[in-house]
Design a binder for this molecule. Structure first.
Ligand SMILES: NC(=O)c1ccc[n+]([C@@H]2O[C@H](COP(=O)([O-])OP(=O)(O)OC[C@H]3O[C@@H](n4cnc5c(N)ncnc54)[C@H](OP(=O)(O)O)[C@@H]3O)[C@@H](O)[C@H]2O)c1
Length: 283
């Protein structure tokens, strides 16, 4: 596994295992144990994935020392604001059954983000959270919130894959050395992305599948990538990308696939309301 140094000096495994849409009470537990067995040391969950319990149980049962596993979770919108965020952090810690969370993110950047951030900064001071970051920040949302933060975000977790390379937000994030984490790194299994000729050509050359070429590109771009799979074979192969290197010309070919458009626009009218109504996190 390769590691990336964050702007707070903590280290994060460059590939994480995403558990979005995997149910709690068994499937997430099994998938996380399978991933840890395959060599993943970084799990990405969220309060709004409703599977923090299974993630924590798998981490505790894995037999792997806690300090060798990097666990991310995220605060949901209903818990924005200083006091609410303190409750949200406590709830995540309780559901995970862990003493600390390696990385905690503002999942959706709307409402009282400043209050939530203050609570996260305090939790970091207290050692309950090791690193803090944000998610789904477009350039406009970044400029609205981040200049007021005392602690600069360690990461911004946004949609990213070869068809949507987020060039503008990456330029802003470089100013605070904030790392990009890629959600939908495989385009959510998008068949169109997986059959792009540049990608299938490179897959043939290196004897890899298209998913592995995409993940290798992301790794070489310095992006922390979070492929999700419940298929034991793909869980393994998505990690098997450390034995080849794309040349600079090949990286440029991959860079030229950017369309500048993704599936989610955080600035679109009505997005905040849609998200607010999407989930209710209960104790
Ligand atoms: N912060 C946010 O707002 C946000 C939003 C979305 C996601 N995320 C995070 O990002 C993670 C990844 O996103 P995602 O799961 O939606 O998308 P993804 O990793 O881009 O795609 C997963 C899909 O691709 C398939 N797949 C996996 N490996 C493959 C391969 N090598 N070749 C072809 N298909 C492959 C999977 O099917 P099988 O399971 O059958 O292998 C699954 O259908 C999430 O789990 C979550 O942790 C965060």
């Amino acid at each position: 596994m390769e590691y990336i140094k964050l702007n707070d000096e903590n280290k994060i495994p460059a590939i994480g295992f995403g558990v979005f849409m995997i149910p709690n009470d068994g499937p997430t537990y099994d998938a996380v144990l399978e991933a840890l067995k395959a060599g993943y040391r970084h799990i990405d969950t969220a309060a709004a994935y409703f599977n923090e319990e299974d993630v924590g149980k798998a981490v505790r049962d894995s037999g792997i020392p806690r300090d060798e596993i990097f666990v991310t979770s995220k605060l949901w919108l209903q818990d924005h604001g200083y006091e609410s965020a303190k409750r949200g952090i406590a709830r995540s810690l309780r559901k995970l059954g862990l003493d600390y969370i390696d990385l905690y993110l503002v999942h959706q950047p709307y409402g009282d983000v400043a209050g939530a951030w203050k609570a996260m900064e305090e939790a970091k001071e207290e050692g309950k959270i090791k690193s803090i970051g944000v998610s789904n920040m477009s350039p406009a949302l970044w400029n609205k919130f981040v200049p007021e933060f005392t602690t600069k975000p360690a990461v911004n977790q946004v949609e990213f894959n070869p068809l949507f390379q987020q060039k503008e937000i990456r330029r802003l994030m470089a100013q605070t050395d904030t790392k990009l984490e890629a959600w939908y790194p495989l385009g959510h299994g998008n068949a169109e992305l997986l059959s792009v000729p540049v990608i299938t050509k490179l897959a043939g050359k290196y004897g890899k599948n298209p998913g592995q070429i995409i993940l290798r590109f992301e790794l070489q771009e310095g992006v922390i990538t979070l492929p999700k799979s419940t298929n034991p074979q793909r869980i393994k192969t998505n990690l098997d990308i450390f034995d080849f290197t794309l040349t600079e010309d090949e990286m440029n070919e991959m860079r030229s696939l950017d369309t500048g458009k993704g599936s989610h626009d955080p600035d679109a009218p009505g997005v905040e309301e849609m998200l607010r109504n999407a989930f209710v996190i209960t104790d």
